[in-house]
Design a protein around this ligand. Structure first.
Ligand code: GLC
Length: 702
């Protein structure tokens, strides 16, 4: 539809009809997370928005449960992320949805943040490249992607009120770039965060939403609030918010007792309708320009038109065959396997097909689909660790739980009108009688003991610590003492403490593997798939993260959290502190072995290096490029910053020249006076296997 046609449509819409397109309503079919009724008499159909980044959460519907977003990111493969995005887009369309509320690209700043599993990395280039690929994939299926949560939603504690106090330079160099990458990839929608930035609610933030997102970056899609996340009518409309969601109070929410306090991290679900009559009144009072409402509607209609909803060229529910299709099942398992990181291996892996294996852990009979909250999915099928290993093993397989089951936690346990406050830790109503002795005996009797451990995270709650919940650490130590061939498979939403890591033979980080859990674990354990994941976040002792330094930095004081660390987040901090993390950013072993030739300059933004697989088996490598800037008096800069990466697969003995285009801002820093600045001097581009395993370098002069 041409712009003229949109304008003609706009001219025909009454104010009431326009308001119906900027404020959510109740979905009569009850499947959508957010719903616009459309304007039937103007030929504008209903428009449905649905969660989430790990798969489609349409009420009462099942869909493929993909791995946690951090697992997708750990594969460091934009093509794989794009394929996952396209599959999720197809399933959204098959379920009659028009917009998917994904991807989440907030930076992993706080290691215990309850939503790290829904995010991508501590590094803005990694988060930006993978996030942009997910956007591209989702939208290739004719569904609007919604990048979230703009910006600095880096913790769950007090998320609806806390003010992230951030300097302009870290905002520009770290927290904004993943959203910029999504805008440059053509994302159709941006969701604002609940939190404040430098004192102003993001839904009221005229500078970041109006001036930066829409002005500087030229974003021409629609800006949607987080659910119940509008702070004001006038402030939001004038800041550049275009769509209020869900726009109606949650069923039952208004029944709360007088003086009822919403739990921390839970928005007031009665707060709705700000873009209804109050917006009309504000326009009549001259507080909001009438053409702002027209622009809001133009942006919403523009995306509906772009994705074929106005002329009926693309509808929803047109490809139900893709729900739970074999290729989606295979893809979910592939992403889980590709995102698995081999942290340590003394040679016990890959397992011999005929090995007798003891599968141990409190939840080995259930898949680790994801974390709690709006990203929860309900798959058609799933494979538990025991099932996956039993299907793959040729030796005997025994299993033992060892300690009480680890209960999952969920935001929905915290909603007063839904259920009781859930709490991670042990589920002491475990239906089995866990026995550490049984686990130790099973381990002692097997060739190899594989212990599956997990954390428990959810939206709206940060973790109390990086320690694994329950008595899982005791279980690992007891099993390791009984069998020197003990392998631990960790399922976590981000960094965790691994106190026993030097006592075991191998450690795999599988994140939340989704429905393909057991199959993905078995494929990597037996070497059918090379562990190709690399760490998108640093693993380190909890006290050594920059946010552990003061309460001001996390969880904040007086509802303000101060990003005093500036640009020194993640590996940038550990390099600056000259500290040795437990496992560095970008780390991950392969079953193969790779040698690097000399790096070469291709042009002033591109480098290349010859990589050879010198092992006798195929393997996957993630070639990483970091830029080390020249020292400049008075300027503090990270020692190195990721500037590009590529995941490759090489057969035994195969060699390939890998060419990496460096990020546009690879040599720049943001100066609050002069903006983006490239200091004169010699820049060293490091190429290697991780931020701490540099194999070759080459110099660039600027
Ligand atoms: C939630 C989340 C957001 C989600 C939305 C709809 O509170 O913050 O990520 O998409 O509400 O469920």
């Amino acid at each position: 539809m041409t712009d003229d046609h949109i304008e003609a449509l706009l001219d025909r819409l009454s104010r009431t009809q326009q308001l119906a397109l900027v404020r959510g309503a109740t979905d009569p079919e009850g499947t959508a997370t957010g719903y616009l009724p459309g304007v039937d008499e103007a030929g504008i159909p209903p428009f449905r928005l649905v969660d989430g980044p790990l798969g489609i959460r349409a009420e009462g519907e099942r869909a493929t449960a993909f791995p946690a977003s951090i697992a997708t990111a750990a594969a460091f493969d934009p093509d794989l992320a794009r394929r996952q995005g396209a599959a999720m887009g197809r399933e959204a369309a098959a379920l009659g949805q028009d917009a998917l509320l994904a991807p989440g690209v907030n930076l992993v700043r706080v290691p215990q943040c309850g939503r790290n599993f829904e995010y991508l990395s501590e590094d803005p280039v990694a988060a930006g490249d993978i996030g942009a690929a997910l956007v591209d994939g989702i939208q290739s299926a004719g569904v609007v992607a919604t990048v979230k949560h703009f910006v600095a939603n880096n913790q769950e504690t007090h998320r609806t009120t806390v003010s992230a106090e951030i300097g302009e330079r870290p905002l520009r160099e770290l927290y904004l770039p993943p959203f910029r990458a999504a805008v440059d990839a053509g994302v159709g929608s941006v969701m604002t965060a609940y939190n404040r930035v430098n004192g102003t609610h993001m839904s009221d933030h005229e500078r970041l939403v109006g001036d930066v997102l829409k002005g500087e970056w030229g974003f021409d899609g629609y800006v949607v609030s987080d659910w119940y996340g509008l702070e004001s009518t006038v402030g939001a409309a004038n800041a550049g918010l275009d769509l209020e969601m869900p726009g109606v109070a949650a069923p039952g929410a208004a029944d709360g007792d007088e003086g009822f306090e919403w739990p921390d991290g839970i928005p007031d679900a009665t707060r709705a309708g700000l873009f209804g009559d109050p917006l009309a009144d504000a326009i009549d009072a001259g507080e909001v320009p009438a053409d702002r409402l027209t622009d809001m509607v133009r942006r919403v209609l523009g995306q509906m038109d772009r994705f074929g909803r106005l002329d009926g060229s693309q509808g929803t529910g047109d490809d139900a065959g893709e729900l739970d299709s074999q290729r989606h099942r295979d893809l979910a398992t592939e992403v889980a396997a590709r995102g698995t990181v081999l942290l340590d291996n003394d040679g016990v892996l890959p397992l011999d097909d005929g090995a007798d294996v003891a599968v141990i852990g409190p939840n080995v009979d259930e898949p680790k689909l994801g974390g709690g909250g709006s990203s929860e999915t309900t798959p058609f099928r799933s494979v538990s660790p025991v099932e996956g290993i039993e299907a793959r093993a040729e030796g005997d397989v025994s299993s033992a739980v060892g300690v009480p089951r680890i209960a999952s936690v969920s935001l929905f346990d915290l909603l007063p009108f839904v259920g009781e406050d859930g709490d991670a830790g042990e589920d002491d109503t475990a239906e089995r009688d866990p026995s550490l002795d049984d686990a130790v005996d099973a381990a002692a009797a097997a060739d190899v003991a594989v212990v599956f451990v997990r954390d428990a995270t959810t939206e709206a709650r940060d973790r109390d610590s990086l320690a694994l919940p329950g008595r899982q650490d005791d279980l690992v130590s007891a099993v390791a003492a009984a069998n020197e061939n003990t392998v631990v498979v960790v399922r976590s939403g981000g960094p965790v403490a691994l106190p026993w890591r030097e006592d075991v033979a191998a450690v795999l980080e599988q994140w939340y593997p989704g429905q393909g859990d057991g199959d993905a674990a078995a494929a990597v354990l037996y070497g059918d798939r090379d562990p190709s994941g690399r760490l998108p976040v640093t693993f380190a002792p909890e006290s050594e993260y920059p946010t552990a330094a003061t309460e001001r930095r996390f969880p904040g004081v007086d509802d303000e959290v101060h990003y005093d660390e500036g640009v020194f987040v993640g590996y940038r901090h550990f390099d600056d502190a000259n500290a040795s993390p437990t496992y560095p950013f970008g780390h991950g072993h392969s079953y193969a072995a790779f040698e690097y030739g000399d790096a070469e300059v291709v042009d002033d933004q591109t480098v290349s290096v010859l990589v050879e697989n010198v092992a006798d088996r195929p393997g996957r490598e993630v070639v990483q490029a970091y830029v080390r800037p020249p020292a400049v008096d008075g300027v503090e800069r990270p020692e190195r910053e990721l500037a590009g990466f590529e995941a490759i697969r090489l057969d035994a003995g195969q060699r390939r020249t890998v060419t990496l285009s460096l990020d546009d801002l690879a040599f720049s820093r943001y100066d609050s006076d002069s903006g983006w600045t490239v200091d004169e001097g010699t820049y060293t581009v490091e190429l290697g296997r991780s931020s701490r395993d540099v194999r070759t370098t080459v110099a660039f002069d600027r």
